[in-house]
Every structure is written in C-alpha cells, then in structure tokens.
Design a protein around this ligand. Structure first.
Ligand code: CP
Length: 343
C-alpha cells in the first residue's frame, strides 16, 4: 500500500487537492481494485473501527458503495435512515452526528441536499477535538468528491488498463454536457480533471450553464502548481464534442430546479442529448460517462447507455468501491495516527 504522506483529515472538496493527492488516491484505489479481484475480497485494515453513513438525501450508488467499501475493510458500519430516525422528532443534524460520535464513530460519510452540511459537521467535530474524518458524499450543488475520484480512476483505467495513472490524462479533451448549474459532480470533476492536465469543455443551455460559470474555476490555482486550469464553455454541443476523448453527460436535476429552465425535454434532447450520431464528431476511441441515475432518452439515448463498447457507466460504479476503500483507508489511517498522537 502507498507510503505517500496524506494530509487531509476530511474530504469535503477537491479544490484543495494537489496532483500528489490525486496520484495517491488513484494508486491506493488500484491496489484495492486488485484486492477486490481476489477470491477473498476482505482485508483487516479497519477492523474494530466504526464508520457511519449519514445520508439525509436519497442515494443508491454512493451509500451502497461506501458501505461495501467499509465492509471490505472490515469496519463496523452504522447506516442512518433519516425517515425513521429521531430527526423526525426534532433532533438536529449536529446532535445526530454527536450521537454517532458517542457510539465510537471515527469516520462519517455525509450527504445532504443543502450545501455546507458536511463542512458544518466536520467543523463542529474538530471544535470538539473528536479526531473524526468526515467525507462529503454530495452536498447540494456544491461538490461530490468521491464521484469525481471514481471518474478519475475510470478514465485512467481506460487510458492505461495495465497501469492506470493520472499522467495519462494530460492533454485529453473531456466534454461535460448538460445541467452544469445544479451539478456537484461537474464542480468536483472540474477541480480534478483540470489539476491532472485535461482540457475540460463545458456545454449546456444558458439557463443551465450561466455565462462566466468557468471563470471562478479558471482563477483558482492548482495547489502546488503554477499551471493554469484549461476550461472552455459553450452554449452549443458541437464545439465541446469536436475531437473529444471522453464525454461526461449529466442528469437534469429537476429536484434542484425552482423555475422552468427548459422549453421541453424533447427540445433539450434534440440540442444537448448525446446520441450515436453526435459522437461521430468525437475521437473514434470516445467513451461516455454519466454519474447516474440517468434520465434515459433525455441526456443520453437509451441504446448508448446500454452499449458497453461506448458507455463506462458500469465501470464507474465498479471503480467506486475501490476508490471509496482508498478514501476510507487514507482517512482512517490518518485519524488513527492523530488519535495515537493525542493519546
Ligand atoms: N452518482 C450518484 O451520486 O448516485 P447516487 O445518488 O445513487 O448515490
């Protein structure tokens, strides 16, 4: 396993991730991917440690793969279900987190529909000196770090299946298409892909990709590097798809839309839906990513979604378990070291 220094107690955003951090996560995940291909898929790394999943918003992939990842590392996992919890009796989110802390939780994985909830929990636990690591599993439209990191492993694996590494991404063109305004996945991917030297082309209708959206990302330096982040944005699909190596299409997030932002789903599909015909503008080796869940026939045609020669959606889900094992290992090892130092 990697001996590279790891400085993050929490993983709340990828904005402050350096190239070395992406390399560490990717290489650690590759090691765990090898573990997962063995007959015995379990290692004792987090034996006796308690991991809690605090999901205040629905999830299939993220919650289940964090749970599986924690179990593969031999941790004890406590799953929290808001609808049947004491939240319904008025308990606050911070008091819920403190309740799990009192049961011995050392890692908390948090999803909430409001931006900033994982950060607020992490700040309160730090204030208490708890030594708990908090992983952001998606906060509002802000960030979804583990999704971008599993996307990174998936891309690196396609580019070099025998020895996936982030260096392979340098100079690649990646189109991110659709509802960028509401997408925490797009934001986390913007940090990771540009830090690794890829050129990101955003495309969407102006209601879902506001003018100057990319500006804040372009102006934010890559930690430990003087290189600029390569980002372009377009209000039509064609320039984003031209010669693209990968196309990442995003779900229309109706649950986050407070007003009518699209004339109709049919028109959206005509202008921004990814279809086989449209892919002819890309490189012949192009592959499609989607964080899922997918609105079939809206952002992506159903036949493309089901074509394993073009769609990486299943590989993304598979990468998710190895990447989340890597994150739990890195955070878990760090929090244990910190606890020993404080003892
Ligand atoms: N991609 C993703 O976050 O999926 P879930 O909402 O199912 O976790």
């Amino acid at each position: 396993m990697t001996e590279t220094p790891w400085h993050h107690r929490h993983i709340l955003s990828l904005r402050d991730f350096s190239l070395a951090d992406y390399a560490t996560v990717t290489q650690t995940a590759v090691s765990f991917r090898d573990v997962l291909s063995r007959r015995t898929k379990k290692v004792p790394t987090l034996q006796g440690r308690v991991v809690t999943t605090l999901f205040f918003e629905p999830s299939t992939r993220t919650r289940s793969s964090f749970e599986l990842a924690a179990k593969r590392l031999s941790a004890d996992v406590l799953n929290f279900a808001p609808g049947s919890s004491s939240l319904t009796k008025g308990e606050t989110i911070l008091d819920t987190a403190k309740t799990y802390l009192a049961m011995g939780a050392e890692i908390m994985i948090v999803r909430h529909r409001e931006t900033g909830v994982p950060q607020a929990i992490a700040a309160e636990l730090d204030r208490m000196g708890a030594g708990v690591g908090v992983l952001n599993a998606g906060d509002g439209q802000h960030e979804h770090p583990s999704q971008a990191l599993l996307d990174l492993l998936t891309l690196c694996t396609v580019l070099n299946p025998d020895k996936p590494s982030i260096e392979a991404l340098r100079g690649k063109k990646i189109a991110i298409v659709g509802d960028i305004l509401h997408s925490r996945v797009a934001r986390s991917n913007l940090w990771s892909l540009t830090a690794c030297g890829a050129s990101v082309h955003l495309a969407g209708p102006p209601t879902l990709l506001p003018l100057n959206f990319a500006e804040g990302f372009r102006n934010s330096p890559i930690p430990g590097s003087a290189e600029p982040r390569a980002i372009a944005q377009h209000d039509t699909l064609e320039p984003a798809l031209a010669d693209a190596d990968f196309v990442m299409t995003l779900r229309l997030q109706h649950e986050r839309m407070t007003q009518h932002l699209l004339p109709s789903l049919r028109e959206y599909h005509q202008r921004f839906g990814i279809t086989r015909d449209r892919l002819t503008a890309c490189r012949s080796s192009v592959k499609i990513l989607h964080p899922a869940p997918v609105n079939r026939g809206v952002e992506l045609s159903s036949d493309l979604m089901d074509d394993p020669s073009l769609s990486l959606i299943s590989q993304q889900v598979t990468s998710g378990v190895a990447v989340r094992m890597a994150l739990l290992y890195l955070i878990g090892t760090r929090s244990r070291d910190a606890a020993l130092l404080n003892a």
